[in-house]
Structures are given as C-alpha cells and as structure tokens.
Design a binder for this molecule. Sequence first.
Ligand SMILES: Cc1cc2nc3c(=O)[nH]c(=O)nc-3n(C[C@H](O)[C@H](O)[C@H](O)COP(=O)(O)O)c2cc1C
Length: 198
Amino acid sequence: MPKIVAIHGSPRRNGNTSTLLRQAVKGARDAGAEVREFVLRDLKMSPCLEIYKCKESGRCAIQDDFQIVHDAMLSSDGLILASPIFFYTVSAHTKILMDRCQSCWVKKYWIDKTPFGNRPLKRKGLFISVGATRGRKLFDGALLTVRYFFDVLDVGLWRSLLYRNLDFEGDVMKHPAYLEEAYRTGRTFAGAFASASD
Ligand SMILES: Cc1cc2nc3c(=O)[nH]c(=O)nc-3n(C[C@H](O)[C@H](O)[C@H](O)COP(=O)(O)O)c2cc1C
C-alpha cells in the first residue's frame, strides 16, 4: 500500500485547490493508498530564518510543525501538492514549506554530496493548481518552483493538474469534469507505485 502525503497549500479551507485535492485523495484512498493530509494554514510554521544550523545535521533547527510534515514527506512514497497561483507562483503558505526544505537541500547536496542531475527519484509527485486568469504562462513560475522543490525531496513530477479561469471559492464546483479528472488522477497516481515504468 503506497504512503502518500497530501498538502493543502491554499489559505481557503474549501477553496478550489482543496476541493480538487480532496477528490484526488479520495481517488488515491479508493485505490488502496494510505494518505495523510496536511492543511498548511492550520499549522504553525515559521519561514526559513537562514541560520543554516541544518548544516550540522541536515535537519532544520526550528522546532515547529514543519518537523512533522518533513518526517511524513520523507517516509512517503509520493506527494500531492495543491496550491493556488498567487502572483504567478505558489501561495505563501506553500512557499514557507518549500523554503524550510532548504534543510533537505543542504542534507542532499552539501552533507551527502549527491551529484546534481544524476540521481534516482525515489518518490512521485502530483501537483494541482488553479489560477483566475487564462494566460499561457500562468503556471510557468509555479511549475519551475515545484520541480526544484520536488527534486530536493527526491520526488519526480509525475503529473500536473492545472486549471485556469477559476477565481471565487466554489468556482471549481461548476466543472464536474475537473472534479472527475482529479478523482481519476488520484486513483491512477496510487496505482502508479506498483509499476516501475510509470
Ligand atoms: C494574493 C493573491 C494573488 C493572486 N495572484 C494570481 C495570479 O497571479 N494569477 C491568477 O491567475 N490568479 C491569481 N489569484 C487568484 C487565485 O489564483 C484564484 O482565486 C484561485 O482560484 C484561488 O484558489 P483557492 O480557492 O484554492 O485558494 C490570486 C489571488 C490572491 C488572493
């Protein structure tokens, strides 16, 4: 049974990304995965303070809820990250989590001296995002950030679900096809761990 961590990155508890993420989580659970959800807005998580105490042990020295999320992510097989687009990147809640994973970057590249580029990705990741506008480049910034964040956790970006033109809370409910796609993708994601080729 794959272990998956699902991260709600929106400040809205019932916003568009959280609704889509819940669909994906349901799909993954229905396919037999064990899924642990974290709602970032409910956690106490300081931004990275750039003190680099992590150079000693590879762990972030700030004792707050990041430690629980960190351990859950590192003991998982896969990650589902959901964030709305805020100023062409991820939300502040999501970015705080990402920046705290600088400790994982330090561990991977400074302490363990993992060569850049050439490493097996142990985990798979699914990224879910929505934005209010329709521009071609709407998700470019977030995707770059997510890819590098995932890399630090040895997560390969398996798939992204990206939806434009959704703004107000509940907008996604007008699109049953999106909800269905998120559910199906969650199911397929959970199934992807059995097959080495996916
Ligand atoms: C601070 C802030 C910044 C935003 N920046 C963008 C943006 O750059 N591009 C865009 O298309 N929508 C932007 N939006 C709109 C959100 O992406 C949109 O409302 C989305 O549906 C929110 O998702 P959620 O319900 O999961 O929080 C922004 C909203 C907020 C509150």
